[in-house]
Design a binder for this molecule. Structure first.
Ligand code: NAI
Length: 285
């Protein structure tokens, strides 16, 4: 017997990130409405998803338990926002990184959604207080920041607004686990969240050392990177209370006895071997 559909999700914006999210949710057995204001974007997204899923199925890399045709039958395009969100339990917004546009969309959603659906944004740089403050349904709002493309990179940062209900975070976390992502909860918002703070620190140091070929990246993210880097604190001394906290958390995760350490090392080596294999395959193509 076929597994029942898990529920209905809406993806708003069918660009690079939206189409990948649609595949991830369909892989988890969810019915997906892909909403966009540009019909051609929906058409090309559906074509792209069909091609990708068929190829993934052929190579044995398709996510989930349903076959490609079944997953494809769960995804449909939609150009009417009210119809799209009707009956949805989760909405993932993936429109361009423009504050006013996103605020307008969440404002529209605020007027038509019920008190249960979760309103989630893919934003890379906009803080929840900028996006959601003042909304009637703010307790149902959260940022679920993916890595491009979410189908292949499972990390998702979950960032609540100060008024987001803990149950919204917990439900989003559970949903992300269910669809095979690796969610990480942030307890409060911070410029650049965690991933981009780490990434920007590395990028800015690479820039100081050699400069890098990254014209397109800089065009898109220059302003955001400078903003986040200005919020960095002084050089840490890597000692004291924080050192103790990190050390304790690491010991809890992997106790420092030989049995646990060796198992963790073996796991790490297995992952590295998998990566090396992949790199070799990519080089030979
Ligand atoms: P994109 O430009 O590829 O796609 C945006 C889509 O939104 C387009 O299909 C466009 O037609 C649609 N759109 C525009 N206005 C709309 C509206 N009013 N209602 C519905 N749809 C509308 O953008 P991309 O790269 O997919 O980014 C989407 C979001 O994901 C951004 O917030 C971005 O910061 C975030 N993100 C992007 C990553 C990346 O590497 N591209 C990584 C992680 C997050």
């Amino acid at each position: 017997m076929e597994p029942p559909q898990a529920g209905q999700v809406v993806v708003i914006g069918s660009g690079l990130i939206g189409r990948s999210w649609a595949m991830v949710f369909a892989g988890g057995g969810f019915k997906v409405k892909l909403y966009d204001v540009v019909q051609q974007q929906i058409t090309s997204a559906l074509e792209y998803i069909r091609k990708e899923m068929k190829e993934l199925e052929k190579s044995g890399m398709l996510k989930g338990t349903l076959n490609a045709e079944k997953q494809l039958s769960l995804i449909s395009g939609c150009m009417d926002l009210k119809t799209a969100v009707d009956g949805a339990m989760f909405i993932q917004e993936c429109t361009p990184e423009k504050l006013e546009l996103k605020k307008k969309i969440f404002g529209q959603l605020d007027l038509i959604v019920n008190n249960d659906v979760i309103l989630s944004s893919s934003t890379s740089t906009l803080l929840p207080t900028k996006l959601f403050t003042g909304l009637k349904h703010v307790k149902q709002c959260i940022v679920s920041h993916p890595v491009n493309p979410p189908y292949y990179v499972p990390l998702v940062e979950l960032v609540p607004h100060p008024e987001t209900e803990p149950s919204t975070v917990d439900k989003t976390y559970a949903l992300m686990k269910k669809i095979g992502q690796s969610p990480v909860k942030l307890t409060k918002e911070i410029d650049g969240f965690v991933l981009n703070r780490l990434q920007y620190a590395v990028i800015s140091e690479a820039w100081r050392l050699v400069g890098v070929r990254m014209t397109n990246y800089c065009e898109r993210y220059r302003e955001g990177m400078i903003h986040v880097l200005k919020t960095f604190g002084p050089v840490p001394d890597f000692s004291g209370e924080i050192e103790q906290q990190i050390s304790q958390a690491m010991s809890e995760r992997t106790p420092a006895d030989p049995e646990h350490l060796n198992a963790r090392r073996a796991w790490r080596d297995e992952c590295l071997m998998g990566l090396a294999k992949l790199k070799k395959q990519m080089k030979s193509n």
